[in-house]
Write a new protein. Sequence first.
Length: 413
Amino acid sequence: MTPPPRTTHRDLATRLVHRLVAHVLRPANAAAFDRLVDAVRAEAGPPPDDLDPGRYVEATRGCVTDLLVHEGSPAPDGPWAGPPGPSLVRRLLGEPGADDGAAPDGLDVDDAERALLAGWRSGGVHGFFLVTDVVDEHAVLHNLEDDLDYPVWTGRSQVPASALAPDLPLAARVLPVGAGWIFAGTPDIYPPDDLANVVEGVVGLLAASPCPAYRNPARLARARELVADHHRAFLDLFGDVVVEGTATHVIDAYLRFQERIGAPADEFALLPSLRDVRRLPDDGTDPDDAAFALAHHPVKGLRLLDCYAQLREVHTPPLAPWKPPRLAQVLADPDVPSWVLVLLAERYADHLDALYGAALDRPGLAWARDGAALLRDREPAATRDEPGLMMTSSIMGRVLPPGDEPADALSRR
């Protein structure tokens, strides 16, 4: 009698991935699934004219499947109302949630599968990759966001290694299995001549959220070193950590600072504050309109603020009736960095207990005791200590056109 083939850890993981996908696509889940598809399409808007309608349907359904299995609920302040609970993976690991499309009812997992799920709790790695090598059933994918290589086993997946080739860009989620990785679903494969467009997309993603780059310890260490160097340069250039003035004055200071620190494309691409610059008025030369500020933090880096003057006035004595409600609005705005509020609190400390106590409806609040934790807790734990600049992949230099820099790529988006 021929013994049955031995099931490897990778076979088990691949089968589990297929079971997870089949579970969210089961007929009993169709109503919840379709509601989320409609929400994604409403947020995305009409598809481009040159996109095949069938491909659009496939892409949005794939997005929702991935969301339910691995991501779960979007952020509460996200642009669309997604499922209110954790992902299917997290639900199977015991996290509670509503019947939101990711309910695990009827899906049983054994101890070996549960051990795999524990490694997938955070969703693996989702992003853009470049195929750098293919050997038998294995492919090496270079992640364009964190500059790390991921050895991916393609056996039994929906994309065999024969469909991959060096210099092929793709978007995918990969999940850890032992020392390697597997695809969580079918990756989106782009033509090789689309690589520059893919890289420009990555630049935009990193400018909005640089944290994927910091999966790479070397990138994180380099970013922290750069921010500290930049902070010293800012103080040397301006003599303070804040420069206030009109929009024109602040933009001039911004450009002087950029010229002082430089921006080598192979190490450091651009400051996330470039997004702030776009919000400033084109003509801000009125000396009475000195509402803007350029501020630098030794860890979080540079921010260009269009509300600094009003924030300063809120913190300046005496306490007026309009100040606590305005501060409450600021505390609810995730775009106002906590470190800027800490800076203002240090400079204008006379009535912080009354101001913050009234804004938060917390009688008895003592800033000296409660202030640091209060402002720290208003920022996401995953990113609150990350450097405030954008690190780019080492591949950027050879992909972007000669003389082009990631900042230029972002400006075209």
